[in-house]
Design a protein around this ligand. Structure first.
Ligand SMILES: [Cu+2]
Length: 172
């Protein structure tokens, strides 16, 4: 029978394919395990306003994996301290508070945006300027780390982008 050799041929072809596909995504980081499927997009940090001790950062994180992941920490190049914050409504008043971790369920995406989750950054070690790209690292509780580049934007361009997306929402 030709079944056996055909089968082994087939399985080695499948093996070759899956090896190929696991290598195919262009990961800039080779430390994390190959089954990590966390995609970070649109990272931006606002330049510090005059006399301000803190600034804010936004991004979107998507977990394309089959398992939940827990974000525990973020860091940004040239910024001494970064916290993960959320906004909550307490008796009609919007407040923000630091969170220790943020779980993303399988196939869940979380957008950090005004009025929701956001990063707060403090203590710049060197002045940061509009147009710069700063390395942003996200740390997960399984030891996984994901890197992205965050663009430093001005308050003006951030407000513009935000009001644009709010306008888009109104038309939906
Ligand atoms: Cu905050």
């Amino acid at each position: 029978m030709t079944f056996k050799p055909l089968f082994s041929l087939l399985s080695s072809a499948i093996l070759g394919l899956s090896l190929y596909s696991s290598c195919a995504p262009a990961h800039s980081d080779h430390h994390h395990d190959s089954d990590s499927q966390i995609i970070v997009n649109n990272a931006q940090v606002r330049a510090f306003l005059p006399a301000s001790q803190s600034t804010v950062g936004y991004l979107s994180i998507a977990n394309h994996g089959e398992k939940p992941v827990v974000l525990t920490k973020a860091s940004i190049e040239n910024l001494g301290r970064v916290e993960i914050h959320e906004h909550t409504h307490v008796n009609g008043v919007m407040k923000m508070q630091q969170v220790d971790s943020l779980e993303l369920k399988a196939h869940q995406q979380v957008d950090f945006k005004p009025g929701g989750y956001h990063l707060m950054a403090f203590e710049p070690t060197v002045p940061i300027k509009v147009g710069q790209e700063l390395k942003l690292t996200l740390y997960f509780n399984d030891g996984n780390r994901v890197f992205t580049q965050a663009e430093v934007v001005s308050l003006e361009s951030q407000v513009e982008q935000t009001s644009q997306s709010e306008n888009n929402h109104k038309h939906h």
